[in-house]
Design a protein around this ligand. Structure first.
Ligand code: T3D
Length: 258
């Protein structure tokens, strides 16, 4: 039996989802999309943080260009709506933080899958390429949503028109990702970051995600009202009580995630 296109590991509250088609730089075919969605659903029920990463030397090379048969027969709208959109929304709406640990090339929908995560940590040897126009397509998988917000309109436009490979260091300097880490330090580094979030106040993280996501559409008054409502929830949590107690007792907090 062939190996699953997405490997799943749950350990100490961290669900690690590894895209596992290294021979094609983890290109997304239908089976991988279905497996990834199932893995995300499973993880959000049992993990306190989710990590997406890639097997081998690539993160994800986007749509499997050998998967679709006759390109003229592809129903792009249906495929994006039925297979990509649920994946991207599952990451965006996930109740626990999602880290993309980008170990190598991320291209096309693979780049935008990474950018959908809450935190992107990349090895310095990794890169992000809006490869779509190289094959006569426009960016999809949320790229036209994320990029102008993350790096501004001019850089987003350039990245999409020229389809240049943007190295991890530059991506970090531009604000496209959280951090670029030397290759040799990368595996230990993202694991340490994931462990930190897995031991943190999960409800507060959920509120952070909700508030930041909503800020893209809200005016100030609506955002202030949302903050007040979400903070009321955080204030009623066990984790807030534990955080304050730990502070007063001058010790590290032990957050339960409740
Ligand atoms: O159906 C639709 O098309 C609609 C949806 C579109 C969404 C999209 O994602 S469109 C964009 C699709 N992706 C790309 O255009 C990226 C294509 N790949 C690359 O640009 C490069 O491979 C990478 C930058 C990712 C990595 O470059 P490099 O030099 O490190 O590796 P490589 O030698 O190019 O690739 C290694 C192997 O993976 C190679 O196979 P081989 O020659 O060893 O047998 C290559 O053909 C294969 N591979 C890489 N990307 C894909 C792929 N095979 C299938 N699909 C791929 N996307």
């Amino acid at each position: 039996m062939s190996e699953s296109p997405v490997l799943y590991d749950l350990s100490d509250g961290v669900a690690t989802l590894t895209l596992n088609r290294p021979e094609v730089m983890n290109a997304l075919n239908r089976a991988m999309r279905a497996d990834l969605l199932a893995a995300l659903r499973r993880a959000e029920g049992e993990a306190r943080v989710i990590v997406l990463t890639g097997a081998g030397r690539g993160f994800c090379s986007g749509q499997d260009l050998t998967d679709a048969g006759d390109p003229a027969a592809i129903d792009f709208e249906a495929m994006l709506r039925d297979e990509y959109e649920p994946l991207l929304l599952a990451i965006y709406d996930s109740p626990v933080p999602v880290i993309a640990a980008v170990n190598g090339a991320a291209a096309g929908a693979g780049a935008n899958l990474a950018l959908a995560a809450d935190v992107v940590i990349a090895a310095e040897g990794a890169s992000f390429t809006q490869a779509f126009t190289r094959i006569g397509l426009m960016p999809d998988a949320g790229g036209t949503f994320w990029l102008p917000r993350q790096i501004g309109f001019a850089r987003a436009m350039g990245a999409m028109l020229f389809a240049d490979r943007v190295g991890a260091r530059q991506a970090a300097d531009w604000g496209m990702i959280w951090e670029a880490v030397p290759d040799e330090a990368f595996p230990d580094h993202w694991r340490a970051r994931a462990a930190t979030l897995a031991k943190g106040p999960t409800g507060a993280y959920r509120a952070v995600k909700q508030a930041l996501r909503a800020s893209a559409a809200n005016g100030l008054a609506a955002q202030l009202a949302l903050e007040a409502r979400l903070q009321a929830g955080c204030g009623a949590s066990d984790d807030f009580a534990e955080g304050v107690t730990a502070f007063l007792e001058k010790r590290a907090p032990r957050f339960s995630g409740h």
